[in-house]
Design a binder for this molecule. Structure first.
Ligand SMILES: [Cu+2]
Length: 187
């Protein structure tokens, strides 16, 4: 690979400096991908309201099972809509006792969103949550260092009717400004 790259780079320079310059610009233009709607990998995964979010509880981290977007992702950042409800929990595990809790940015429990610690998950390990802007993490209390994922709350305060139209989502993705708001709150 290295050798090939060296050759092709030299060839490109010989052929035309303009083409090489263009290639460099394109290489740095990761933003283009985000504009196409693939920004989820970096910033988190936008989850449809009402979705059941399930994990495989491994001591090394939460491994996403469903929805498909988070399948195989470890501690994926979940982008949830304020005021909407979701089911979140774990349906498989490694035989070690885990639970799931929703924490705020100070690592305090939000509402009473916590489950008992069990070795084999059952229905009680699924939390039905109504999203508030306090929510910052989903964690396993005994393993809160490794089994911790971020929750990013998308505010629905643009108006009560906006969520239905999905106009908020589109606008934020194109501008890329939505993330700035979220980061400011966290810190
Ligand atoms: Cu755990």
């Amino acid at each position: 690979m290295t050798r090939d790259n060296a050759i092709s780079r030299r060839t490109a320079l010989k052929l035309t400096g303009a083409a090489a310059a263009t290639a460099l610009v394109a290489g740095c233009g990761d933003d283009d991908d985000d504009d196409n709607g693939n920004g989820n990998g970096d910033d988190g995964f936008e989850i449809e309201p009402g979705t059941e979010i399930t994990f495989d509880g491994q001591q090394s981290g939460w491994e996403g099972l469903s929805p498909d977007e988070i399948d195989g992702e470890v501690n994926p950042t979940l982008i949830l809509q304020e005021g909407e409800t979701y089911d979140i929990g774990w349906t498989e595990g490694d035989g070690i006792a885990h639970n799931i809790e929703i924490w705020d940015e100070n690592d305090d429990l939000v509402e009473d969103y916590e489950t008992d610690q069990v070795e084999e998950p059952d229905d009680d390990q699924m939390l039905e949550i109504e999203v508030t802007d306090e929510m910052a993490y989903y964690v396993c209390e005994p393993h809160d260092g490794s089994m911790r994922g971020e929750i990013v709350v998308e505010e629905g305060d643009g108006g009560n009717g906006d969520d239905e139209n999905g106009e908020d989502e589109n606008g934020e993705d194109e501008n890329g400004n939505g993330d700035d708001n979220g980061n400011g709150d966290d810190e």
